[in-house]
Design a protein around this ligand. Structure first.
Ligand code: PLP
Length: 401
């Protein structure tokens, strides 16, 4: 197994911070009790769970009682959407966006088959929403508006409070998928319009298998997972104490280093982006560069396949990602980039680089050193270099749309 690489795929998942690992390990070895037990061996862990809840609340600017531990971001999204609908059975309309993560989009699609009406708001070429479209879609029948804070593929940040202000005028609940925003943007839910917010541990240097859902005090919440009375009856299942402790520690570290990390990541990301745009012809940044996560850049390289770029980068031990998913033998371009209406010439050749606090200058320089050669070589192999019409025709034969 490969161990060392230049890891620029931190929006997919992150490395566990050594301090996080150290904090959680005793709960896998010595302190393995069940915090709901009557005996003190288990019961003593309730204190550690409480501390972690406070640490998670702190990074969100929330109260500890407003935090429910979950298993991941997908669970948080599912739980929030279902809870909002169960709490308002008379309302049958949901508003979301075309660029959400599948953890929201696929729940909405299923709800449509169950009689709900769903509005999927469009985005413009920069990946931004039109708030007039939101206003025109809101009605008294709207139960929920569920919108992501920042996009996982482009890093584009939505104007959450402006959206929330409109949502509140119509009395709907407001859920925000902040899986990509937590730890990258300062948050203060006490002064926010957000009713529910999802976060995930493995995006902030905690392990996979732990997440949290914020539910504003006073918001009616019906549990998604039903069973025991853990999490004050809001999420059944024996607490994942090592994961919870890890999430608490990870949140504490993110908050502690937030300013320093974002400044550093932005500088390195901008260095990478500027150098690539300068050295490589026919490429451009996808998405709004003014409202964007500091760690993310998504660049479209014309006339080549993103997968070919990824494979070449992989040979140099560089991990990045492309928006496309290889489904049933055809390369479907990312739904996010498609919703943005990107031209077909760049749609298939888009690469996301996502940094973290461990990314070094030397790693960025290494990527800058190899990318021009990779792109030149792949373009030389492409029969359609500089031929928009030919490329377009080939792509339409390869894909379903
Ligand atoms: N929402 C967004 C915006 C994400 O980027 C992800 C993961 O990539 C999720 C939800 C799902 O989170 P998890 O992998 O913890 O289920």
């Amino acid at each position: 197994m490969e161990k060392n690489c230049i890891y620029l795929d931190n929006n997919a998942t992150t490395k566990v911070d050594p301090q996080v690992l150290e904090a959680m390990l005793p709960f896998l070895t010595d302190y393995y009790g069940n915090p709901s037990s009557m005996h003190s061996f288990g019961g003593q862990l309730a204190k550690d769970v409480r501390i972690a809840r406070e640490q998670v609340a702190a990074i969100l600017g929330a109260e500890a009682s407003e935090i429910i531990f979950t298993s991941c971001g997908s669970e948080g999204d599912n739980a929030a959407i279902r809870a909002a609908l169960l709490a308002q059975p008379e309302k049958r309309h949901i508003i979301t966006t075309q660029v959400e993560h599948p953890a929201v989009l696929n729940v909405c699609k299923q709800l449509e088959t169950q009689g709900y009406q769903v509005t999927y708001l469009s985005v413009d070429g920069r990946g931004q929403l039109d708030l007039n479209e939101l206003e025109a879609s809101l009605t008294g029948n709207t139960a929920l508006v569920t919108v992501m804070y920042a996009n996982n593929e482009t890093g584009v940040i939505f104007p959450i409070e402006e959206i929330g202000a409109r949502v509140k005028e119509y009395g709907a609940l407001f859920h925000v998928d902040a899986v990509q925003a937590v730890g990258k943007i300062p948050l203060n839910l006490q002064t926010s319009t957000i009713d529910m917010l999802t976060m995930s541990g493995h995006k902030i240097h905690a392990p996979k298998g732990i997440g949290a859902l914020y539910v504003r005090r006073g918001v009616r919440f019906r549990p998604f997972l039903i069973g025991g009375h853990q999490e004050r009856g809001r999420r059944a299942g024996t607490e994942n104490v090592p994961g919870i402790v890890a999430l608490g520690k990870a949140a504490e570290l993110e908050l502690l280093h937030l300013d320093e990390t974002t400044t550093r990541e932005r500088k390195l990301r901008d260095r990478l982006e500027t150098a690539l745009l300068k050295q490589i012809p026919d490429c451009e940044v996808n998405g709004d560069t003014t409202q964007r996560l500091p760690n993310t850049t998504n660049i479209g390289f014309k006339y080549i396949e993103g997968e070919a770029i990824l494979l070449s980068l992989n040979k140099y031990g560089i991990c990045a990602s492309s928006g496309s998913a290889c489904t049933s033998g055809s390369l479907e371009p990312s739904h996010v980039l498609r919703a943005m209406g990107l031209p077909y010439t760049t749609l298939h050749g888009s690469i996301r680089f996502s940094l973290c606090r461990y990314t070094t200058e030397a790693e960025i320089e290494q990527v800058i050193a190899v990318m021009p050669e990779i792109i030149t070589r792949l373009r030389a192999l492409s029969p359609f270099k500089n031929d928009d019409a030919g490329w377009l025709q080939q792509q339409s034969q390869l894909t379903h749309h």
